[in-house]
Design a protein around this ligand. Structure first.
Ligand code: DQA
Length: 148
């Protein structure tokens, strides 16, 4: 059964541009580099990873619905949808398992409109400001939460 040890890692709008997008804020690593880090960390915990990115809110919601039957945990960087999407919040609330919200940047040191996260209301934990390493911490966190 795939669901038993599967973690969905979902990435929202513009995260496909990592590496070249505002590198002073988001760094030089690509999303592919981050995926490699996640897979490596997940291997250490014997977790399967489904790693996806979309610029479309509806697609992300569909993946969260998929996670309800296929995943034990969700790691999500919603990008700007973090600050706007009640629909993603509602989808996450329907997911029964650990949810870790990740942001590369420290959203609380940035513009005021980034200080509000709808996703946080459904999250077991939030990691922000650690750059790509934050995704590795998130994998460690879900591994612990799944097993506890
Ligand atoms: C982000 C922070 C968001 O405010 C922004 O819209 C992003 C990236 C981050 O990872 O730091 O797209 O989620």
């Amino acid at each position: 059964m795939a669901a038993l040890n599967t973690v969905f890692v979902l990435n929202g709008p513009n995260l496909n541009l990592l590496g070249t997008r505002e590198p002073d804020i988001y760094g030089r690593e690509t999303l592919g580099d981050i995926e490699r880090r996640v897979r490596e960390r997940a291997k250490a915990h014997a977790l399967n990873v489904v790693f996806r990115q979309s610029n479309a809110e509806a697609e992300i919601i569909g993946w969260i619905h998929e996670a309800r039957v296929q995943a034990k945990a969700v790691i999500i960087n919603g990008g700007a949808l973090t600050h706007t999407s009640i629909a993603i919040l509602d989808a996450l609330k329907a997911f029964d398992g650990p949810i870790i919200e990740v942001h590369l940047s420290n959203i609380y040191r940035r513009e005021a409109f980034r200080h509000q996260s709808f996703i946080s209301q459904a999250a077991s934990g939030v990691i922000c400001g650690l750059g790509p390493f934050g995704y590795e911490v998130a994998v460690d966190a879900v591994a612990r939460l799944i097993r506890s």
